[in-house]
Structures are given as structure tokens and as C-alpha cells.
Design a protein around this ligand. Structure first.
Ligand SMILES: [Zn+2]
Length: 333
């Protein structure tokens, strides 16, 4: 066996050590050195190998908690079934994406309450479904002199909070993450009539009775019902969030749909359409749950999903709950 130079032995075995074959590699390395340089070198090499191993372990430990926000988002992108679109609202809204993340908070809205909760839980990255600055594109030019915007931004900057919106792609991935979370929370999985996640069949019942049960499931009392509470039905269409009246009317036009369960709509659009349909003798009604109630469980599911591939950083789901309250008047008064 001819002599091999020490640097080339180190080069080959260094590469092998980086693969997870450390035990075999060390054995082969020592065997090879013994053949070429004899026992004198073995002691020195053991010290070198122990040092290399320790250094590698140390490197692995320091990897924990060194992911930047940008790295976390790209890990997230890699898990989606849809390609990442360049035209999207799913972008960083505040903060430095290259900052190291201490914790991730997932919620519907990065409102002041959520920001304070995130800070209390040592989370500097917020992954949110909806806008932070009160308009779909998070445009802030018209808010520059606004006192609410200024105070919110001051808080965000003070705590170096990074906000990333995750809306379009969470809906676009298959299956739609918001629908998965909502159907799970509502317990409607077995009521699905196909895999569209839009249409459901229930035992025959009244709209009023169904609304009561839905209110309990969503833990709120802000449901708005349009149509006859005594209307009997079996078929439901679900429209989470605020997809617009065109989408609502399309679902309501479907022969299948008797009751539409939707998040948010303009009162002068879908509400009036359902009123007219009912007055014209068609079997149509709608329940509006409010935007947050109709999607929030989808972001709770997002936090669960993130934990399946990001294990080294704490991930917390923050519940927003309803953004408004209502005056309740007993029915018998
Ligand atoms: Zn949505």
C-alpha cells in the first residue's frame, strides 16, 4: 500500500464524517493511518477527530434557534402544494426578515392585542391571515400622519416585530388550509358531499335550530341570519372569509344550496339577494358568522401544520376572537 498524503486523507475522511457515518469512518481512518504512518500518528489523530466531532455537535446545537424569518417562510413555502406567486399579498409587512426568530405567533389579525400577546410570549415573528394596516394591500402612504398607525408602528419597531401575511397561498394550497381547519372545528367532515369542501348535507332541520348549534360551536353570539328561521333544509354551502357577493351569489344560485353559511358580506349585496330570493318563494337562507369566526380555526390549524416541520422554534397560536360586541336583549322583553 503506497503512502497517501495526510491532507488528502483528512479531506476524504472529513467529507465522510459530515455524512452520518462517523463510527465506520473513524475506524477506517485509523486503520488507514496505521497502515501508512504507523502508531505514532494515531494518538494525534484521535485528538483531532474528537475535536472535529465536538465541533460538529456544537454546530448542530447552535443551529437551534438561529433561523431567520426569511428562512422560516421559505421552509413554509416548500411545504405548500401550490407554486409561490409573485403577485400576492403574502409578503413581509414590517420588521427585518433577516432577524433571527425567537418564537412564531400565528393569528388572524396582527392587531394591538395580538402584538402585545406575541411580545409577552417572546415571539418576534407573526404569521397572520389578514392585513395589518386596514386595507387589503397594507398600503400605508395615506396613513403616514395617522395617530393610530404611528403608535402601532412605534410599538412594532420598539419590539422589532416581523409581520408576514399568509393569505393567498394558505387558501391556494390543496387542500385549502383555512377550510381544513374550519371543517374540523365545525365537525362537518362527514357531512361533505364531495371533496370541494364547499357543500354539506345534514339531517333535515330548521335554520333557527341550526343557527343555535352553530353559535355554540363558534363560541360567539354574533351570528346574523337572513331568511325564515323556520325554513327546513338539509343542504349547506360554506364560504369562509369575505370572498365577495359574486362568489356568495354563485353558491346560492347552485340548485344544491338551501342555506349559505358565510363569513362576511356587504349588507347591500348578499343580504339583499337572500332577502329577495326568500320573498320570491325560493328555499334560500344565509347565516353570517363574521369574518374572524369563519376563518380563525384555519389559522389555528396553520400553527399545528407549521409545528410539523419547524421543531426548534416555539410556535404559538393566538386567538383573536370577535372584534366587536353586540347588545343582547332578551326575546321576551
Ligand atoms: Zn381567508
Amino acid at each position: 500500500m503506497g503512502k497517501v498524503s495526510i491532507p488528502s486523507i483528512f479531506h476524504i475522511f472529513g467529507a465522510l464524517i459530515r455524512q452520518d457515518n462517523r463510527k465506520i469512518t473513524r475506524f477506517l481512518f485509523l486503520f488507514c493511518l496505521k497502515k501508512t504512518y504507523g502508531m505514532k500518528l494515531i494518538g494525534a489523530c484521535i485528538i483531532l477527530l474528537v475535536f472535529a466531532g465536538t465541533k460538529q455537535l456544537f454546530a448542530q446545537n447552535t443551529l437551534t434557534g438561529t433561523l431567520t424569518a426569511r428562512q422560516i417562510i421559505s421552509q413554509m413555502q416548500a411545504q405548500l402544494s401550490c407554486p409561490w406567486s409573485q403577485e400576492t399579498v403574502d409578503t413581509f409587512k414590517t420588521g427585518n426578515p433577516d432577524d433571527v426568530v425567537t418564537g412564531v405567533a400565528v393569528c388572524m389579525f396582527a392587531n394591538m392585542e395580538a402584538l402585545q400577546n406575541a411580545v409577552a410570549k417572546n415571539c418576534n415573528l407573526l404569521i397572520v391571515h389578514e392585513p395589518t394596516f386596514y386595507n387589503h394591500l397594507d398600503k400605508t402612504d395615506m396613513l403616514e400622519d395617522n395617530p393610530v398607525y404611528q403608535a402601532k408602528m412605534a410599538y412594532i419597531q420598539k419590539h422589532k416585530l416581523i409581520i408576514f401575511r399568509f393569505h393567498d397561498h394558505w387558501h391556494r394550497t390543496v387542500p385549502d388550509g383555512i377550510y381544513v381547519g374550519m371543517i374540523e372545528k365545525l365537525g362537518w367532515k362527514t357531512n361533505q358531499v364531495d371533496n370541494s369542501m364547499l357543500f354539506f348535507k345534514f339531517g333535515e332541520q330548521t335554520v333557527g335550530g341550526f343557527a343555535q348549534k352553530l353559535q355554540e360551536k363558534l363560541g360567539g353570539s354574533q351570528l346574523r341570519v337572513v331568511g325564515d328561521p323556520l325554513m327546513r333544509f338539509t343542504n349547506v354551502a360554506l364560504a369562509v372569509g369575505a370572498p365577495g357577493s359574486k362568489s356568495h351569489i354563485n353558491l346560492l344560485t347552485s340548485e344544491f344550496t338551501e342555506l349559505l353559511v358565510a363569513g362576511e358580506a356587504s349588507e347591500w349585496e348578499t343580504y339583499e339577494y337572500v332577502q329577495d330570493a326568500a320573498m320570491l318563494g325560493m328555499k334560500k337562507a344565509a347565516i353570517f358568522t363574521g369574518h374572524i369566526a369563519s376563518e380563525e380555526a384555519g389559522m389555528e390549524y396553520c400553527a399545528t401544520w407549521l409545528k410539523t416541520f419547524i421543531q426548534d422554534i416555539p410556535i404559538t397560536y393566538l386567538e383573536n376572537g370577535s372584534s366587536f360586541w353586540t347588545v343582547q336583549k332578551p326575546l321576551n322583553e
